[in-house]
Design a protein around this ligand. Structure first.
Ligand SMILES: Cc1cc2nc3c(=O)[nH]c(=O)nc-3n(C[C@H](O)[C@H](O)[C@H](O)COP(=O)(O)OP(=O)(O)OC[C@H]3O[C@@H](n4cnc5c(N)ncnc54)[C@H](O)[C@@H]3O)c2cc1C
Length: 380
């Protein structure tokens, strides 16, 4: 691997990770070019679907807390620079049985790190968040450092900031190959019928649900899965200031993430096994009626003020690893290529800090961001 001084980097895929990396590298004075197959801020990748949760009391484990704290500051700084809120600090709830492993982890992480998490008794929870019907053994936790991210806005605004800092951008550019001769890389990309090649010192491949196509060797480590999101129409009291984002773990199928109405209705993501996507170019938009019925039943039990059926149902996709942690590291076959992928349904919030890690790896081959648990070798 050749360390970057003032040399050049190609970022393949300008979505969640790519936009952050483009911005980070350009701000650091690196000559960086982004390649995006669609337009910036499109809905077809892993970032589609209007909103994302930001949490610090992390059910995925306390090792993430330093990364999440840094990411929160980064989102606030990016919001200030962009002049629009990318992160809305509405808080993030965890509601569920004290025996549930995720609820227990959130409580443990809170205690271990002394996090700003409020534990509400049922009377107080009912007064402040009457939308939730609580079950007798539900614990209610409010992570006051949590909030709501606007993914499309974040990708568009961060890319604009990157361009202002000097990044080059090719949109509508499908990268077909990145070859590495040991001294540098050649990016082969197609626009319509025309195939072009540009050369760089290094490349980062962060193509989200297309990662196993871009880096076939990752097909044994990352599985692309389909997620179904449902939007329920609301009247009032369901905006971020009254109904924070959160995760419900109240047993059985009452396990889902919930998102306030920011225009399209309250969004629900039921946490059940997801189907495999064979080809990310042809994501199946058809959702079986019995799946919609399961989501509706969970909503009726837990959020009885919502309508009995969703107004909109849409499908999205994401790469998952076996242990649900992403991958950041060198391509085993191409020394000048870094790969970032498989963020397993929780990568958006961490993108600014993952981008800092990647930028440091490009520059020096090392990073002080604690990402050992994201190494490719751990999966093999
Ligand atoms: C339904 C759903 C809900 C989620 N909820 C949350 C949440 O609440 N909180 C959270 O933190 N995370 C959440 N996540 C996870 C998070 O959104 C993802 O981890 C993150 O968006 C992944 O970013 P990425 O850069 O890998 O992929 P993407 O954002 O999809 O970016 C990849 C980009 O690469 C481009 N590309 C692909 N192939 C090529 C090519 N050959 N040439 C050029 N460009 C190419 C794509 O068009 C795309 O723009 C959720 C994910 C899903 C699917």
């Amino acid at each position: 691997m050749k360390p970057v001084q003032q040399s050049s980097v190609a970022v393949i895929g300008v979505g969640t990770m790519g936009s952050q990396l483009l911005h980070r590298l350009a701000a650091d004075g690196i000559a960086v070019t982004g390649f995006e197959q669609f337009d910036i801020g499109h809905q077809r990748g892993a970032a589609g679907g209007e909103t994302r949760i930001f949490r610090v009391a992390y059910k995925e484990g306390g090792d993430y807390v330093p990364l999440l704290r840094e990411a929160r500051t980064a989102w606030q700084e990016l919001s200030a620079r962009a002049g629009v809120p990318l992160l809305e600090p509405c808080g993030a709830m965890t509601i569920g049985s004290a025996e549930d492993p995720d609820v227990r982890t959130v409580a443990d992480v809170t205690e271990r790190w002394g996090l700003d998490v409020e534990r509400l008794d049922h009377r107080e929870a009912a007064r402040r968040f009457p939308q939730h019907r609580l079950f007798p053994d539900d614990v209610v936790l409010l992570d006051r450092q949590g909030g709501l991210l606007h993914p499309q806005r974040a990708i568009v605004e961060t890319t604009l900031l990157a361009e202002k800092a000097g990044a080059r951008l090719h949109t509508g550019a499908i990268v077909e190959d990145v070859t590495d001769d040991g001294n540098g890389v050649a990016v082969h990309f197609r626009r319509g019928e025309e195939v072009q090649v540009e050369k760089f010192d290094q490349a980062v491949v962060c193509t989200g649900p297309w990662i196993t196509r871009s880096v076939p060797v990752l097909a044994r480590d990352i599985e692309i899965r389909r997620a179904v999101l449902c939007w329920f129409e609301t009247a009032e009291n369901w905006g971020p200031e009254r109904f924070p984002v959160g995760i419900r773990r109240s047993g059985g199928e009452n396990t889902f993430s919930f998102f306030p109405d920011v225009g399209g209705g309250v969004k629900i993501n039921l946490h059940v096994p997801k189907s495999i996507v064979d080809d990310p170019d042809v994501l199946d938009p058809v959702v079986a009626p019995d799946y919609v019925a399961r989501v509706s039943a969970a909503v009726s039990r837990c959020l009885p003020g919502l309508p009995s059926r969703p107004a909109e149902v849409r499908t999205f996709m994401e790469g998952y690893t076996a242990d649900n942690h992403g991958v950041i590291g060198r391509d085993p076959d191409r020394p000048n290529v870094l790969v970032m992928g498989g963020f397993s349904g929780h990568g958006f919030k961490l993108a600014p800090v993952f981008a800092r890690a990647a930028a440091e790896l490009l520059r020096t081959g090392r990073t002080d961001v604690p990402i050992d648990h994201l190494s490719l070798s751990r999966l093999r």
